[in-house]
Design a protein around this ligand. Structure first.
Ligand SMILES: NC(=O)c1ccc[n+]([C@@H]2O[C@H](COP(=O)([O-])OP(=O)(O)OC[C@H]3O[C@@H](n4cnc5c(N)ncnc54)[C@H](OP(=O)(O)O)[C@@H]3O)[C@@H](O)[C@H]2O)c1
Length: 312
């Protein structure tokens, strides 16, 4: 099994797992765990995670600040990825996508300050917007790279067609889209393309917003400020289907004596050789559970059982 990826252009390597700092921003995920969220990041680092993913929109900068606070000087020993191209419209109470040159150029400056970095190793345009073409966005990112503000370019949530067009303009090092054991469609959508262009596929939501930890049941309830209160995978028939799978995966994890979260992350990287998977955690305990045995190979029998549970 591949154990490392080399990021195109910058030659830095990352392992198969990255720690995602979306919930670390303390907004949109129910209760903010504050200092515990910072400690969770540190636990991931202490347990060998060498790739940390954040965005300026996570907690409106709080996630980037906490990432710095957790890693301190050790931030230079890992690869940090952040994203720009979204802002909060406070009057309307919603996030707006904007990958214009003006927005991305100023967003990078703020991210550099919050992360206390001279250059950002991997920088993504976060979501496609309605006003910028992929050619314009790539032009901006290439400019930032030339100026040394960022080192490698990433595209997050862009369609495979956009990624193909982007590759004609300049080197795309990483593509990010949702992928986890309960949502596998994007594997087919992106993996061939990533292989062709030497792009790392970074899977977000590796634990399906916590469903793949086994902690949520049919009565899962979230506050209205938690994005999961509106997520389709936590509702109706989709939730019933997801819980059936989670229950069967839970039996496999019990037999192996590992947390379900660890099994879910390991099975994904075993099944998809070219994927680096992101997972989040709000407390040190969660982070420790998720990191357990991450690099211990799963047997063929276990993978076969997981595949059959997923009807693959
Ligand atoms: N590019 C994008 O648009 C995009 C979008 C989303 C995410 N991402 C990236 O992907 C990363 C990973 O995804 P994610 O953080 O959204 O979700 P995730 O990894 O699927 O789920 C993380 C959440 O699950 C719960 N959890 C984690 N470990 C647990 C454990 N051991 N026991 C019990 N509960 C546990 C925690 O929330 P509770 O305790 O509240 O349940 C935690 O915040 C993000 O942090 C971000 O970096 C990118």
């Amino acid at each position: 099994m591949i154990s490392k990826f080399i990021i195109k252009d910058i030659g830095l390597s990352i392992g198969r797992y990255g720690f995602g700092c979306a919930a670390s921003g303390g907004h949109g995920w129910g209760e903010d765990t504050g200092q515990l969220a910072v400690e969770a990041i540190r636990v991931a680092f202490d347990n060998g995670i060498d790739f940390f993913d954040t965005s300026d929109i996570y907690g409106l900068g709080v996630s980037e600040e906490r990432l710095y606070s957790a890693l301190g000087d050790d931030r230079h020993k890992v690869v940090i990825a952040t994203k720009g191209g979204m802002y909060r419209d406070q009057a309307q109470g919603r996030s707006v996508r904007d990958c214009s040159k003006k927005r991305l150029t100023s967003a990078v400056e703020y991210s550099l300050k919050r992360l206390r970095l001279e250059t950002i190793p991997l920088y993504y345009a976060h979501w496609p917007d309605k006003i910028s073409t992929i050619e314009e966005i790539m032009g901006t990112l290439m400019g930032l790279r030339q100026e040394g503000k960022i080192q490698a370019i990433g595209l997050s949530n862009f369609s495979p067609e956009d990624v193909s067009r982007a590759c004609k303009i300049g080197p795309v090092a990483a593509v990010q889209a949702r992928l986890n054991l309960l949502m596998l469609d994007n594997a087919h959508n992106y993996l061939k393309l990533c292989q062709e262009h030497g792009i790392i596929f970074v899977a977000w939501g590796g634990l399906c917003d916590g469903l793949l930890t086994g902690k949520y049941g049919i009565k899962a309830k979230f506050s209205t400020t938690d994005h999961r209160s509106r997520a389709p995978h936590f509702q109706g028939r989709a939730l019933i289907r997801n819980l059936e799978i989670v229950q069967q995966l839970g039996e496999v994890s019990k037999r192996l004596r590992v947390p379900l979260s660890s099994l879910a992350l390991r099975a994904l990287v075993h099944m998809y050789e070219k994927v680096c998977v992101l997972f989040g955690a709000k407390t040190p305990e969660q982070a420790l559970q998720n990191c357990q045995d991450l690099n211990v190979p799963l047997s063929q029998d276990v993978i076969a059982r997981v595949r059959s549970i997923l009807y693959l």
